[in-house]
Design a protein around this ligand. Structure first.
Ligand SMILES: *Cc1c(COP(=O)(O)O)cnc(C)c1O
Length: 336
């Protein structure tokens, strides 16, 4: 299978599987799992936080973050396109009674600080209490600049807001900016990292923050049924992902650019309205083409895509090679 739908489809490599079978484990709810403890300690130090917690998914990491920063009747500011507003089943509102206040994302993925300022509620019994600003990097494959992150930090201090980063793909941002991850993480009170996307681990995310914050998140994780027992079997490949699979993300970014260039040569395909920033390619497709049936044809050849017309998305990752891209392009050429 050559699967362009997402970087979540990556298969754990042989070394990861070996680490999984040999991982030292214990009951993590008792704090006894050496592999989980090592990952949580290592990740906290590596990213410049006091503590971290290993959780089942990026969605759970974001939910724990919002519920740890906010109480019932508080609100968080976020992007209209934010994963933790749009794609997490309204979890913060449903499970935490925390109100989202979405703001339209700018073209570069950022949130305009002037618009955010207007959205902060006055201290008045009519309103929810604005407590948190949540950013996302990368967002739709776009990288927020370090200058913007510094401005967001000052903004959060000025308005006494906590600042969270949904960093599901934050390593793609660091690699694209060619900076150490701490250049990004230093600006935030809390941050998530997905180990199961481009980094290639099978399962899991990290949430990072202060000791008190992570302690609160740990209680909430238990409440949500998210505490796992011999979770070291998952933490071990997660740590491998963070130590071995970061620098290679540049290949995914190069491949994404290559894919975009090749798609542009096909009649009826245009990436002109977009730019490739990291590992995500968007393309507009001529409505004359029956992309649904093309997608079904491709599937018979072992090539999987998510069909669409406006801004159809392709994602590159470690299991997509140049050769795989050439196969896709030559298959598409025969249908267009
Ligand atoms: C994938 C993703 C998540 C959620 O991660 P899951 O592990 O799929 O729950 C959160 N935020 C962003 C930006 C993501 O891309």
């Amino acid at each position: 299978m050559i699967d362009f739908r997402s970087d979540t489809v990556t298969q754990p490599c042989q070394q990861m599987r070996l680490l999984m079978s040999n991982a030292q484990v214990g009951d993590d709810v008792y704090g006894d799992d050496p592999s989980v403890n090592e990952l949580e300690h290592w990740a906290a130090v590596r990213h410049g936080f006091e503590a971290s917690i290993f959780v089942s998914s990026g969605t759970q990491a974001n939910l724990l973050a919002i519920l740890s920063h906010c109480e019932r009747g508080d609100e968080y500011l976020c992007g209209q396109n934010a994963h933790n507003y749009r794609y997490e089943a309204g979890g913060a509102a449903v499970l935490g009674s925390v109100q989202p206040q979405p703001i339209e994302n700018e073209a570069d993925g950022s949130l305009c600080l002037k618009k955010l300022e207007k959205a902060i509620k006055p201290d008045d019994s009519h309103f929810a209490r604005t407590k948190l600003l949540s950013l996302e990097n990368t967002i739709g494959g776009k990288v927020l600049s370090l200058q913007y992150l510094a401005l967001a930090r000052s903004f959060a201090i000025k308005h006494q807001l906590a600042l969270h980063l949904d960093g599901a793909r934050v390593y793609n941002a660091a690699v694209a900016l060619n900076v150490d991850i701490k250049e990004i993480s230093q600006h935030f009170d809390s941050m998530t990292i997905c180990l199961s996307k481009g980094l290639g681990a099978p399962v899991g995310s990290l949430l990072l923050g202060s000791n008190a914050f992570i302690k609160k998140a740990r209680r909430l994780r238990k409440m949500l049924g998210g505490s796992m027992r011999q979770a070291g079997i998952l933490a071990a490949p997660g740590q491998y992902a963070l130590t071995h699979n970061v620098s290679r993300l540049v290949e995914d970014h190069d491949n994404a650019q290559y894919l975009a260039n090749q798609l542009d040569l096909l009649p009826g395909f245009s990436t002109q309205a977009y730019r490739v920033h990291t590992n995500i390619v968007f393309v507009d497709i001529d409505e004359q083409l029956d992309i649904q049936s093309i997608s079904e044809q491709l599937k018979k050849q072992g090539i999987v895509i998510t069909p669409g017309y406006q801004g159809m998305r392709f994602v590159t990752h470690k299991d997509i090679t140049r050769d795989g891209i050439d196969k896709l392009i030559s298959a598409l050429t025969s249908y267009c």
